[in-house]
Design a binder for this molecule. Sequence first.
Ligand code: ATP
Ligand code: MG
Length: 296
Amino acid sequence: MTGRFPIVPARDVESTLEKDLPTGIRLDVPRPAVERAGGPVPPEPAAPRLETRNLHLFYGAHHALRNITLEIPSTSVTAIIGPSGCGKSTLLRTFNRMNDLVPGVRTKGEVLLSGENLLDPATDVVALRRRVGMVFQRPNPFPKSIFENAAFGLRMLRIRDRLEIEGRVEDSLRRAALWDEVRDRLDQPALRLSGGQQQRLCIARCLAVDPEVLLMDEPASALDPTATARIEELMLGLKDRYTIVVVTHNMQQAARVSDRTAFLLSGELVEVGATQELFTRPTVRLTEDYITGRFG
Ligand SMILES: Nc1ncnc2c1ncn2[C@@H]1O[C@H](COP(=O)(O)OP(=O)(O)OP(=O)(O)O)[C@@H](O)[C@H]1O
Ligand SMILES: [Mg+2]
């Protein structure tokens, strides 16, 4: 990696394979699976659902993302961690072009969704945001009924068939693990729900239009521990069908819910890998310092 940070190996790397890695090796490629004699041959890794290649992003003169090359596999949870201001939300927002809304933003490089460069000016951004849904830190239901929140995207798609809308609303509320709590009061204002329920409703609103990817920017940081646990359970339940990218400041949460973790620092990708590996045997000393609380 050709960043500003020297790739200093972490102190307690156990694997001799990793100890022998020359410095400057790309850390953003999946590590080879270890083949056991007589064991099953591991399957070929599937093509990534999302990918960035040499991605840079500038807010005016501020260089917020620096040469990020990252692969996000399908039907899995990828956590993005790093100290405040390192570019986590910015990176997340490039996956559905939400940064387009910021005046003076400039990008360089590629962001691919199923192999298509979504930074291409010809991209239909409205269609893209249906394929790549987003959930924010603060639950943001519309001041409408629970039903109308879940049906919002369907109305945007001009679906008019009442039975179809009802079926898809129920389905998305079930997938967001909210149906049993709201089935008898779908016409009540969404803003009367608890914070955790509101967040699950926002997730249902995304799921109703059948996205491929769910981006979650600190989705539980405004919630109490019980509501947080429900969101985490939900992520684990949803990953069979969706590709989930979650930004979190909570290391335990990243370790609990994600399959892969990417560590960003000052706009650069320092290390990415299988979550268990990254948290127990980080390759880069900066990662180790961050996850053990030495900074950030
Ligand atoms: N709309 C914007 N205009 C200008 N600069 C911005 C904008 N949004 C973010 N930045 C800057 O880009 C950098 C990355 O910000 P970003 O919000 O992506 O960080 P973050 O890692 O999500 O931080 P946090 O953990 O605090 O949410 C910061 O220096 C921030 O000040
Ligand atoms: Mg952020």
